[in-house]
Design a protein around this ligand. Structure first.
Ligand SMILES: Cc1cc2nc3c(=O)[nH]c(=O)nc-3n(C[C@H](O)[C@H](O)[C@H](O)COP(=O)(O)O)c2cc1C
Length: 150
């Protein structure tokens, strides 16, 4: 089973979380695509069976630059091939930003709804004000995600 990771990151924290998720998914026997700079065409060519979005929030509640292009292409094209696929979202943010806490993850959650991606778990929110080790704190959720895909 092939899992594509859609990853948005500014300073690399969510890229580390995504890399750790990729490692755990591979160990569990999945074929994983994790390339934070890949185009929609490259993702469609990979033909995933499941989708994992891992993204931080930046600016005034925006997606990181490296995910903006893919997000816009997905909203424009709404690829039918992804309809019905299982998925999940890990949002990284900081609760000190108040109303925009994890809004990057929320945007991916809404996009998954538009695409018809079926989230198998509620979104995981990793709060920079609460966690000093987001990789480790994401692992129980990733274990549940792996379990739900099998
Ligand atoms: C300039 C800036 C703006 C941010 N804006 C938000 C925000 O609106 N909402 C939020 O929840 N977190 C916000 N954050 C917190 C980051 O999302 C959080 O620190 C995250 O762990 C960074 O991960 P990254 O290195 O992968 O980008 C902001 C951080 C910075 C530096």
């Amino acid at each position: 089973m092939k899992v594509a990771i859609l990853n948005g990151s500014v300073y690399g924290v969510s890229e580390d979380v995504a890399q750790n998720a990729a490692k755990l998914l591979k160990t569990a026997g999945f074929d994983v695509m994790h390339n934070p700079r890949a185009s929609l065409e490259q993702f469609l060519e990979f033909a995933p069976d499941a989708l994992l979005a891992v993204t931080s929030t930046t600016g005034l509640g925006e997606l990181p630059d490296n995910l903006q292009g893919l997000y816009a292409s997905l909203r424009d094209q709404l690829p039918g091939a992804w309809r019905g696929l299982p998925g999940g979202v890990i949002g990284l943010g900081d609760s000190c930003y108040g109303d925009t806490f994890c809004s990057g993850g929320e945007q991916m959650h809404e996009l998954f709804e538009e695409l018809g991606v079926r989230e198998v778990l509620p979104m995981l929110r990793l709060d920079a004000s609460e966690t000093i080790n987001p990789d480790r704190d994401s692992e129980p959720w990733i274990a549940d995600f792996i379990h739900a895909l099998k």
